[in-house]
Ligand binder design. Sequence first.
Ligand code: 8YV
Length: 331
Amino acid sequence: MSVKKPVVIVTRKLPDDVETRMRELFDTRLNLEDRAMSAAELAEAVKTAQVLVPTVTDRIDAALIEQAGPQLEMIANFGNGVDNIDVKAAAKKGIIVTNTPNVLTEDTADMAMGLMIAVSRRFVEGAQAINRDKWRGWSPTWMLGHRIWGKRLGIIGMGRIGTAVARRAKAFGLSIHYHNRNRVAARTEDELEATYWDTLDQMLPRVDFLSVNCPHTAATRHMLSAERLSLMQPGAIIINTARGEVIDEAALTQAIAHGKIAGAGLDVFASEPAVAPDLMKLVKQGKVVVLPHMGSATKEGRHEMGDRVLINIRTWADSHRPPDRVLPTGD
Ligand code: 8YV
């Protein structure tokens, strides 16, 4: 007896062996061109697929979910953050949403740490000096940055990624401060020698570095507002590997341009893939280091993300509860 395979529509090009396995297991329609689907193509996909596999570049909002046919049973996101999906609207229609947690934790934490060092030690400016043939030899006073050892790091969002950043930062001699909805387990606080702040406003003036590691939700949008940014020290550096929307990007740009904050390392932006021209001016001045949303961009990470998607779809197809189910939050 042949069992009918579920129709799975993948919105972007995934690693080859993930796609191959996807085709072996399911009736999978791939997007070999790797360009984001248009709104019309997405609307067509939700009318055809039993399982949609989107990424951060697809907006699966309430209006799109509204258009979904009754056959759409699952949205298996290729990614950890689900701010691209209206999880509440999906739940209302009985559509299961899953994500790919854990497998990108270490890579994203590496990226946060890398940006911290890159901004404070002027990696990009230094590399550019050589690339542009501007290096005239060693000098005692040229290209001086700031030491990170002995400084204080504040972490917003002490989940898996925030904790992984804290572990790395501790090894680099930073003392750890954090703000989170809930205090983490005492043994984690002990291990990290971390100081908990129940209000962000109290933590911000005390830290030299700030790493954003919370998800983007209605509650965290513009959490780092102009007002909050004004609480920070003029020498402070902000690192964002989470979502651009958590920071009021225009306010951050203003704060750095006017010397209220020293700089930033950003892997995510409010309107990706566009980077605001005023922010780019600060990049050119060496105050801001920007990367094109590369936090999870390792071969290993992307394969493991694919594995999570496969496992989630497979368990659902076998009538079990997918391990990475995402439920709507109160936000
Ligand atoms: C992913 C990310 O590459 O998983 C996330 O939340 O931000 C990225 O690192 C992206 O989401 C893929 O959809």
